[in-house]
Ligand binder design. Structure first.
Ligand SMILES: C[S@@+](CC[C@H](N)C(=O)[O-])C[C@H]1O[C@@H](n2cnc3c(N)ncnc32)[C@H](O)[C@@H]1O
Length: 465
């Protein structure tokens, strides 16, 4: 039997879920989630999907703004889909995120006040943009015959639309110098004589992604152009020339990298085929300098990362070996190395492990870094003898069940779980607790102002077996 369509309705937005969606109540008491609906507001919504007990709805109109309403700083607000919390003051965003973390992670004996770096905009040191032949125009703004839908575009992927990009020459999360690189890239890559942009439906076209990375402290910037193998090398030369000629107030573009991706998946990856200048950049964090390859993970806000790492240091305490699991380019272990005798890191991306080893040597840090999937490297937990402390910082999906089980069974002075998706911590916490770990402290660290994302840190201790 066909499901009854639920007509539009109004709802009070009482909080956020851990993806930053506004949460309200439907006409029959349903749990409602609405993208871009700020807590404290009343919104008119149009339901579009029911999934289990949750009604997903689109924001149609803001009936009553929240008390902490501010004018959204970005001209693409409401279209791009990336910074859905811009209508709330930074303090109100943080309080709402803190509550969302508590809702999905659960309580702890000590819950610390929410933390974050002071910058609300222009804090992001990495942005990944997509080329596309189809432009996203939000509902209600499409004018037949006026709005161009097909052409050459560069911007962010529209929420829920893999095949359309929100054409953009600005982003208030990246620096003004990075914005100038974006504008220079558009000037050379969206013209008639440039290779065609990727068509995600037909799997045709040549230009795929542009990744911009930046060391805020060092002023080094890196641009990475991803194309299919059909790209003419002469185009990459023109592209690199245009970006290198872009003006900058601070620092400089140290390299332009060309990578090839012929597959249909929409991921910015693939072998490097040409480089102008360097194929890496450097950044400084808590007094240590890090070399970063195009694929090496690094926290996207350096100021925010310092708040996060200081929190991790507080949670870990000092002494023994530090097991830095899911270590990326080694930044947590290396930044906190003065507090520990030695570091053992595990990370899946080989380039990141090479960076970690180089970064350790350059900073005079002792340790071992292993390239492995954590779920296949649980033996490392038995190999490290003596007093040890563990930090795990997995990707959004959280711990693989095998890794969670091994961590639950192991002994250490303390285990600190750093979560970029708090609900993954909420799930993994239960597994750790079954193994005898006890949560003592919970912190919310807002690394991503304006967006619905947040970081949670939980400290666990275990009574000796
Ligand atoms: C959230 S990042 C943390 C990186 C690092 N701790 C930092 O603060 O910069 C997660 C890291 O886990 C790595 N990773 C993803 N899946 C993994 C797995 N199964 N085993 C080991 N590392 C993995 C990613 O490549 C990434 O570097």
């Amino acid at each position: 039997m066909a499901r009854r369509r639920i007509p539009p309705f109004e709802t009070e937005i009482t909080g956020l879920d851990d993806r930053g969606m506004g949460v309200g109540t439907g006409p029959s008491g349903e749990h409602v989630v609405v993208r871009g609906a700020p807590p404290g507001s009343r919104v008119a919504v149009v339901p579009f999907r029911r999934k289990r007990a949750t009604l997903h709805a689109r924001r149609h109109a803001l009936i009553r703004p929240p008390a902490a309403w501010v004018d959204p700083p970005c001209p693409r607000f409401g279209v791009c889909g990336g910074c859905t919390l811009q209508e709330l003051s930074l303090d109100a965003q943080r309080e709402a995120k803190h509550q969302a973390v508590l809702d999905v992670v659960g309580p702890a004996p000590t819950v610390h006040p929410v933390r974050g770096a002071p910058q609300a905009t222009r804090y992001r040191n990495k942005v990944e943009l997509g080329f596309g032949s189809a432009r996203y125009v939000p509902e209600g703004r499409y004018e037949k015959g006026v709005t161009v839908l097909d052409g050459r575009f560069l911007g962010f992927h529209a929420p829920g639309r893999f095949d359309r990009v929100v054409d953009s020459d600005v982003c208030h999360l990246i620096s003004e110098d990075a914005e100038r690189l974006l504008q220079a890239a558009r000037g050379v890559a969206l013209t008639e004589d440039a290779p065609a942009p990727w068509n995600a439906r037909e799997h045709t076209g040549v230009l795929r992604h542009l990744v911009l990375r930046e060391g805020f402290r060092t002023g080094e910037r890196l641009a990475i152009l991803h194309t299919t193998s059909a790209a003419d090398p002469a185009f990459f030369d023109r592209f690199a020339d245009a970006l290198l000629a872009a003006p900058a107030d601070h620092g400089r573009l140290v390299g332009v990298v060309h990578r090839i991706h012929d597959g249909v998946s929409d991921v910015a990856t693939g072998p490097m085929v040409a480089v102008r200048g360097q194929d890496h950049l450097h950044e400084t964090l808590l007094g240590r300098t890090f070399r970063l390859s195009p694929d090496s993970f690094f926290q996207t806000s350096v100021e925010g990362a310092e708040v996060l790492y200081t929190t991790i240091a507080e949670a870990l305490g000092r002494g023994g070996t530090l097991l830095d699991l899911y270590c990326g380019a080694g930044s947590i272990g290396i930044a906190l190395s003065e507090h520990h005798d030695r570091i053992v890191g595990v990370e899946i991306v080989p380039e990141a492990v090479e960076d970690a080893r180089r970064n350790a040597a350059a900073n005079g840090v002792h340790g071992t870094w292993v390239t492995a999937k954590m779920e296949d490297a649980t033996g490392v937990l038995d190999e490290v003898s003596g007093p040890r402390r563990i930090v795990v910082d997995p990707p959004r999906a959280g711990l693989h069940p095998k890794a969670a089980k091994a961590l639950a069974a192991t002994q250490a002075d303390v285990l600190v779980y750093v979560a970029c998706k708090p609900s993954s911590l909420g799930r993994d916490r239960a597994i750790l607790e079954e193994g005898g770990w006890r949560a003592t402290d919970l912190w919310t660290v807002d690394l991503f102002p304006q967006t619905g994302h947040t970081e949670a840190v939980m400290r666990f201790v275990k009574d000796p077996a």
